[in-house]
Ligand binder design. Structure first.
Ligand SMILES: Cc1cc2nc3c(=O)[nH]c(=O)nc-3n(C[C@H](O)[C@H](O)[C@H](O)COP(=O)(O)OP(=O)(O)OC[C@H]3O[C@@H](n4cnc5c(N)ncnc54)[C@H](O)[C@@H]3O)c2cc1C
Length: 452
């Protein structure tokens, strides 16, 4: 390890590894550090399902060999009473996350990126309004070292362990409300019998068994499964383990807990992205930048998008020789266009869904108030077509749940408003505060309407 780099990436999960992968081979001196020992990098509690489109859109390699545990053809979604099953087609991968992450890091390292495990960023170096590097602790050699870099990439996941130590008030120190996160827990275990259709992920929506979230059953081949649940944070619900133990038999009766492979829980942000990924000398990516999908909590694909956008912004900054927020700002424009605007609209959809009762969901799925295609459209683009809501209004008004439908119409309108507002994202840092206040107002108006 040297004392000076062009880029210091803190964290080697999906976000950090993707940033490094896209920065490699461009003549920059890049250091990536992670607190974990090499063989555990990429190992974190996760459902491990990633849509194929992310790899295609970013020109990244598909998982293969030991990195790929199951090819996915779609998702089966079950209503709380289990009477309705929707099949949403779509290709993806159930991955071995440590193996895939380490592959990216190895490829980056072969192309010149220095990767150091067991090394933790303890605190930022912050001078003249710029992030200038970090004080690191290298556990292998038991030594502290000061590393300076033109750009630091914060990719520390949900811990936000680097940016949280920056002077509060900087836009990149934005925190999140507990209610804008899910507490999630999963186990990976062998199954007692062969799994029928391992190419389908199963999702069980059930407010009783997973309030504000859902249960999943994601096959990892024919006889292994990743099973778990998420519940909304900040609501004072009992511990996630209580839910797991109580309902496991309902959603995973074939799971053989005597042959458990791994277990663990963590938090997932479920909101719009942080208001800016960029500030002077710093870019924030992945869970630390709240990039996960607000509705399903999948965050690996969008962590990759943010890493890609960060790498592009860094390459541009080195071309012009300026590392201020103004130049690194292009990461925001890239991310919002590719994912962030959709995330903002899906945050509203998530807030609506979390307020529904199991009865509402049973009814909505049975009557196809929103259809599979609409759900697919909403999750792919963040658009809930007004026409869908209006059509549903007409059908359902006669059938007895007008309040639900009226709300759905408001949701669709506000989802569109949110996307429009994100399309007007400021082109430089000067107008950020004004724009943020407009976003906050939109959220407040929406919340008031939902609580009526
Ligand atoms: C139970 C659960 C299920 C999920 N299921 C899915 C799913 O099926 N599909 C999906 O796409 N997403 C899923 N997610 C979300 C997904 O796991 C995350 O969005 C994604 O892994 C975030 O990647 P990241 O690189 O931002 O963070 P992380 O993977 O958390 O990586 C952060 C890295 O930073 C390192 N680090 C932290 N602080 C420091 C420091 N100070 N110095 C050095 N290193 C540091 C850590 O060791 C870690 O390796 C799930 C999440 C949970 C909790």
């Amino acid at each position: 390890m040297k004392n000076n780099y062009d880029v210091l990436i803190i964290g080697g999960g999906f976000a950090g590894a993707t940033t490094a992968w896209h920065l490699a081979n461009h003549g920059l001196k890049v250091l990536l550090i992670d607190s974990k020992p090499w063989n555990r990098i990429g190992d974190k509690p996760c459902g491990d399902a990633v849509s194929k489109e992310h790899f295609d859109n970013l020109g990244m390699p598909y998982p293969e060999g030991e990195q790929l545990e199951q090819k996915i053809e779609g998702i089966k979604l079950y209503s709380p009473d289990m009477k309705t099953e929707w099949i949403v087609k779509g290709e993806g991968f159930e991955i071995n996350a440590p193996a895939y992450t380490q592959r990216l890091l190895k490829e980056a390292s072969n192309r010149g990126v220095e990767v150091l495990d067991m090394t933790t960023a303890m605190k930022p170096i912050f001078e003249d309004g710029f992030v200038k590097g970090a004080i690191l602790f290298d556990r292998r050699h038991n030594q502290q070292i000061e590393v300076r870099a033109k750009v630091v990439v914060e990719a520390t996941g949900y811990s936000m362990s680097f940016r949280s130590k920056l002077p509060q008030g900087l836009p990149v120190t934005e925190n999140l409300d507990d209610k804008d996160a899910d507490i999630a827990y999963r186990e990976v275990a062998y199954t007692k019998d062969d799994i029928d259709e391992p190419q389908y992920l199963k999702i069980f929506v059930n407010q009783k068994a997973s309030p504000g979230g859902y249960w999943w059953y994601f096959p990892k081949g024919k006889n292994k499964v990743n099973i778990g649940l998420g519940i909304q944070g900040g609501m004072g619900y009992p511990s996630i383990y209580t839910f797991y133990d109580k309902y496991l038999n309902e959603f995973g009766s074939d799971v053989d807990r005597n042959r458990l492979i791994v277990k663990g829980g963590a938090l997932v942000p479920t909101r719009r992205p942080i208001s800016t990924l960029a500030w002077n000398g710093i870019l924030v990516v992945g869970d630390s930048a709240f990039t996960a999908n607000p509705v399903h909590g999948g965050g690996k694909g969008s962590a990759m998008i943010s890493g890609y956008c960060a790498a592009k912004a860094i390459l541009n900054a080195f071309e012009v020789g300026d590392f201020s927020a103004k130049t690194l700002w292009s990461a925001n424009l890239c991310y919002i266009e590719r994912y962030g605007a959709k995330q903002a609209s899906l945050e509203l959809f998530r807030r609506f869904l979390q307020k529904l009762s199991d009865d509402d969901i049973n009814y909505g799925m049975r009557k196809k108030v929103i259809k599979e295609e609409d759900l697919l459209e909403a999750s792919a683009k963040g658009d809930l077509q007004l026409s869908v809501a209006e059509k549903a209004m007409r059908i359902i008004a006669g059938l007895g749940r007008p309040s639900l439908l009226l709300k759905l119409k408001v949701v669709a309108e506000y989802m569109k408003k949110a996307k429009d507002l994100y399309r007007e994202y400021p082109s430089d840092p000067n107008n950020l505060e004004q724009w943020k206040s407009e976003v906050n107002k939109l959220l407040l108006d929406f919340e008031n309407l939902m609580n009526k």
